[in-house]
Ligand binder design. Sequence first.
Ligand code: PNS
Length: 166
Amino acid sequence: MKNAAIYPGSFDPLTNGHLDILERAAEMFDKIFITVAVNNKKTAVFNGEERIELIREAIKEKPWKEKIEIEQFTGLLIDYARKKDVRILLRGVRQISDFEYEFRMALTNRRLAPEIDTLFLMPDEQLTFISATIVKEVAAWGGDLSSFVPDHVAKALQDKFRDQNL
Ligand code: PNS
């Protein structure tokens, strides 16, 4: 598929950093598949459906929302990309510390599927410290989430941590 990309991730939950990357990608591509990985080893706070719903809500007013398709996936990313006939994987890199992992993952994917490339985008510098892990840590201790995630995500996190006593 021409001019399409896959934006894979755990999205547990979506942050303002992810949204910033999506804004940039929407300028470049006609179609973006957001693939929510549900089989990786990280323990998730939100299940796949919840994560998808949080993303859907975050993009519902965006002028580029028609370009986006959101799906869960399990298995190897390159298998998913081949099934969709998409040759670009998008990843956000925030700082040097992200790079080592991203580089390894991109080269592994390239070894497995030489026709697929990984494209790295940088978020706004104000957002480079934001990660879903940090956001969950702040949420767990009842901190102010307003500059890290959209309001509905902050509320979902607060509800989750209150209900589950996480
Ligand atoms: O948001 P994350 O947790 O950094 O995303 C990581 C993700 C989901 C992109 C990565 O773990 C992944 O691609 N998982 C699927 C399994 C796979 O294809 N692994 C091969 C690359 S090492």
